[in-house]
Ligand binder design. Sequence first.
Ligand code: WT7
Length: 635
Amino acid sequence: MVPKISTLSGYLHEQQKSIANPTGFWANIAETFFWRKKWKDVLDWDFNIPKVEWFKNGKLNITENIFERHIFIQGEQKALIWEPNDPDEPNIEYTYNELFSKVKRFANVLRRHSIKKGDRVAIYLPMVPELAIAMLSCARIGAIHSVIFAGFSANALQERINDAKAKILITADQGLRGKKVINLKETADEALRSCPTINSNIVVRRTGGTINWNNEKDVWWHGEMDKVTDESKAETMDSEDPLFILYTSGSTGKPKGVVHTTGGYMVYTAYTFKNVFQYSNGDIYFCAADIGWITGHSYIIYGPLLEGATTIMFEGTPTFPNPSRYWDIINKYQVNQFYTSPTAIRSLIALGEEWIENTEMKSLKVLGTVGEPINEEAWHWYHDHVGKNRCPIVDTWWQTETGGIMISPIAGIIPTKPAFATLPLPGIQPVIMDEAGNKLCGNSVEGSLCIQFPWPGIARTHWNDHQRFKESYFSQFPGYYFTGDGAKRDEDGYYRILGRMDDVINVAGHRLGTAEIENAINEHPLVSESAVVGFQHKIKGQGIYAYVVCNDLPKKDDGEELRNSITKGVSKMISPIAKPDKIQFTHSLPRTRSGKIMRRILKKIAEGKGDYGDISTLTNPEIVEEIIEGNKKIQ
Ligand code: WT7
């Protein structure tokens, strides 16, 4: 088991050690895992290429570190508790032994379908236990999983499957979220019409609802599981072999396949999980994220299971059947650590205190947030009403690309400050840069947040596009990893994340590229171009504001229909989560002489802020007035 920091001086000591001798620091932690063969060099890196390799030539399998390593001591301990959407439906609980048996069986199913080490497996599942089993089964046989969030459209699914050239898809008949039924199989069928690399589609029966069946490709999960045994050897993996791909949005239109490898990701997720949440043996841990995003990968599945924890996986939503749902789950299982997003907290605040007033939640020890900046009001509500003034909040800053938590309090050890992610974890060396690329030393500074030394959890590349990987993070400040976020370091050396500096918007903790949304809007036959910006949104953190230029600009009253059809188009191309909150029609967009759209001005208008700066350098300054006028009607 990885070492656990237990005092502030212990933290300071580890932090100092990790900077003085990073390879020695991480090697010590890596040695607590089971390696079939030890690595040659701890680290080989060059951010200019960029290349990062941790524990290369070390041989291991991450599932042996989850199962075989723990089974003798705690095979009968609960590994996974699955809480269904509807509280009246029975839950499912798997011990480590039981989960292991399922994973080995499904590993054999994949092998029977000719899936081998290095093959890509696309997983398009709702929050059901089979999702966890499928991911771990891939890891067992060395196949690379690519989980696609179940809220994505057929078009988005197909794009991700084809980019990775996945051989097999795993989906479900339907998914359940609150009162909604999500027709996953139907969406998958539509996507599979143009996915030539997919040979079979394994379907989990979740609801038993009516679906179409394709005898050539479709097979039932339960039918396949009956055909195999639960004897399955783990594939030997190199530390640097890919473990998974996870697609995320960037500043260009196409989603990028972030690649994480095996050894470094294992060491990093386990270490950060144990330390940030101060997990102790026997604790019950509940992360309410979706496994379709990195938070679920690292902190529902890999981190907790590597540390032998009991992890809760929740199928539903915070408001079904009523807004006490999270609090009921916390009481039902006596949850000790609870991890959610600021958006979820804000949406529950908006529904009123009566839903939380009489909840006890005595078991809670630690609260966490992730995904977006948390405002002070939400922080205090979380602290007072959920934590009943007893529980430290860990505001964890990290990204899909970082693999695990980077800047965060260590619960109960690093003193917190509302809305601050506080201090870097041991092994993390953040720096703040000014626009000219100078490192800003000392405290009370603000600029671009970069990291100056690799850590084991950093992504290694973009699937099939190393050049784009380089451009996205290593070209703005040569020699550094640029996070895309702005940050300030205050007078105490504490970090506060200020939000994205690139064309990425963070809507309810979901990351969306403005270019991706614009591409979807531009597909509409009446649209000639568009510009999308984020604006402050009370619940979602950021909302989506689209400026749309049409061939036939709608007259004052008849824009509604066009708005609806544009919105529908975005849902279909990407996902309902990418739907614009506001659409403003305009005759043109403000541009610089070089033809670049001036998003800075558009963002200010969308947020209702004045002070547009110097607009005389625009080719069409007069359009700004028109847009300001139009915006007044939208608010
Ligand atoms: C972006 C990464 C990390 C898992 C979920 C999101 C923002 C994340 C915080 C935080 C302020 C945060 C950043 C970051 N972000 N956590 N605690 N405080 N902002 O992963 O989709 O890769 O998005 O989310 O802007 O760059 P992601």
